[in-house]
Design a protein. Sequence first.
Length: 165
Amino acid sequence: MKLIRSGKIDDAVCKLRDWYPQIFEEHTSATCFLLHCQKFIELVRVGKLEEAVVYGRTEFEKFYRLAEYDDLVKECAALLAYEQPQKSSVGYLLEDSQREIVADAINAIILSTNPNMKDAQDCLHSYLERLLRQLTACFLERRSLNGDQGEAFHLGRIFNSSKKG
């Protein structure tokens, strides 16, 4: 979702409520939680710390007793503890990659609402993930055909070598 990727969480929520109201039926759903967290993060990003505190108190309260959300709530709240939160251990939350994660998760949730979807799990894997799984399988098959000779595929090594170059 472009709105989430650009940090316009309120606009995204309005559109989602209009188009997919069923994903907001449960107020403690993963959808609601992710959007509330991202709204909080965006407030911190633009320096509206007092507004973030008020928002966090009202919106995160319903998630406090849910163990699966506990870590992210604490990490979001920790953003307030730093003068320069982007340089802190939880600074990754302020990066564009966090917006991407939330947008991808929301897209997957939307796709899973499609009544024609045969397997809801299919929408949870991006094309890139599928491509990487296929690439890994091809490397393993090639290695197997060569009598287990040759280098195994390591995605981390490829990423690290591309950063050096």
